[in-house]
Design a protein around this ligand. Structure first.
Ligand code: ASP
Length: 438
């Protein structure tokens, strides 16, 4: 049994968390490969080390002394070390970094040092080896991860060993350090799990898993115990913020379960994400796995007598949106009428040119623009097995006075997408939660 455990910034924020991390790691001998983030916030108006490193680089770039910001970063790590009463000389590493900053350092290399110092410190604290991501996460020249080369390099460096790995960075083919997107340590963890064919990838954070609905709307929303990768994709697409999107791919590809856990509540089993659950009984449990959504959409409806029989009309409509670089999120259609649901932030800047183009290209009878639309996704792998699911969902919304403006259901019946006026959004989410989640 091999578990890759990734600990996020909040789990690496101070000495008390290091102790919790150590207890978690040592409580299970199969947790042998640990991936870490840079130290995160200890309290709400604290600084994240990664942000301070970006700030340091901005100082260097504009020729402003950064001694004080650098001092804050250094003190944070040395403070953790001292509080843990470790005899581990990090000073030389910091001095060398400061010298490098004076002689010219790339932004990526400087910012990557947050994860580097976290991993160095934790590896010494656990008595595990330190495996630098610079030596195994390989990027191609186009910036994508070279999975084959990376997996091979990690197998070589880490197989059969207990080690701590810094997240968030790797190396370009010429050896230069390259960062991933923000939140990228999740991806490093997933790559490590995939490379080593781990039995599970544990992602330790400061919440006990994925919530069934937005806690700002539903107070005390429950945690999702089990969710499939496809369901998670549906929820995160529309707004549930869980993991970095690219995290899922390497583990899903290898069918490795992903378990989201809470460092502050290690007994809680958190959320388990898998391709499927063998012991899942379609008729038991909640109909809905989770609800997500967001505001800020517009529905453009194009109506033209005879359009449904006109070859190429839909392609031309889609082509116009494509030319304006507007992504189409949903496209419900009827006879002689076709709607697209687009995001305001993409549509608004070019709305009139886009509508003029539709007018010119298709000569429709009518173009209707419906603004201030919110979209809610009701996601549940069990909906397909239960007759009347959508009827019950729509009835519940109707009873709460939510006027439905758009409906779309994926062919796999994994989700039901409902568009409504933004003012009805919170009522809709609350109603669905109260009626369908027990
Ligand atoms: N430290 C990086 C960030 O703040 C990467 C990570 O934590 O995943 O984005």
């Amino acid at each position: 049994m091999l578990k890759v455990a990734k600990f996020g910034g909040s789990s690496m924020a101070d000495a008390a968390h290091y102790k919790q991390v150590r207890d978690i790691v040592l409580s299970d001998p199969s947790r042998t490969v640990i991936v870490v983030s840079a130290a995160g916030k200890r309290f709400s108006n604290d600084y994240k080390i990664t942000d301070l490193l970006y700030l340091c680089y901005a100082h260097i770039k504009y020729g402003v002394p950064c001694d004080s910001v650098f001092g804050t970063i250094r003190d944070r790590y040395l403070g953790i070390r001292d509080e843990l009463q470790m005899d581990f000389p990090l000073e030389d590493d910091f001095d060398a970094l400061f010298a490098e900053m004076k002689s010219g350092i790339s932004e990526d290399r400087l910012v990557s040092r947050g994860e580097y110092f976290s991993a160095k410190l934790l590896s010494a604290y656990l008595g595990f080896e330190f495996v630098d991501s610079e030596h195994w996460v390989r990027f191609k020249f186009d910036g994508s991860v070279d999975q084959e080369a990376s997996y091979e390099a990690l197998c070589h460096a880490a197989s059969g060993r207990k080690c701590v790995i810094p997240g968030f960075y790797g190396a370009m083919p010429d050896g230069h350090v390259k960062l991933m997107d923000r939140g990228g340590s999740d991806i490093t963890g997933a790559l490590a799990a995939a490379a080593l064919d781990a039995d599970v990838y544990e992602n330790w954070t400061d919440v006990s898993g994925i919530l069934m609905a937005d806690p700002r709307i539903v107070k005390n929303a429950k945690t999702i115990g089990r969710i499939t990768y496809s369901e998670l994709r549906e929820l995160s697409y529309i707004g549930a913020q869980v993991l970095h999107e690219a995290t899922i791919f390497p583990v899903r590809e290898k069918n490795i379960p992903l378990n989201i856990r809470n460092t502050n509540d290690p007994e809680n089993p958190g959320t388990m994400i898998r391709d499927s659950f063998e012991d899942d009984l379609p008729t038991e449990g909640n109909l809905i796995t989770g609800i997500a959504g967001r505001k800020g959409f517009t529905i453009v409806t194009i109506t033209k007598n005879g359009m449904s029989s006109e070859v190429g009309a839909i392609r031309r409509i889609l082509g116009i949106f494509e030319n304006f670089n507007i992504a189409i999120h949903y496209a419900p259609s009827g006879v002689d009428c076709y709607s697209v649901v687009v995001e305001n932030k993409q549509f608004d800047p070019c709305r009139y040119s886009c509508l003029a183009e539709i007018q010119k290209e298709l000569s429709p009878d009518h173009i209707h623009v419906s603004e201030n639309i919110a979209v809610v996704a009701v996601v549940g792998r069990k909906m397909v097995f239960r007759t009347g699911s959508s009827g019950r969902i729509f009835a519940a919304l109707g009873e709460s006075g939510v006027n439905i403006r758009m409906i779309s259901q994926g062919p796999e019946e994994l989700n039901i997408i409902i568009g409504m006026k933004e003012r009805d959004y919170e009522t809709a989410v609350r109603t669905l939660y109260e009626r369908f989640i027990h």
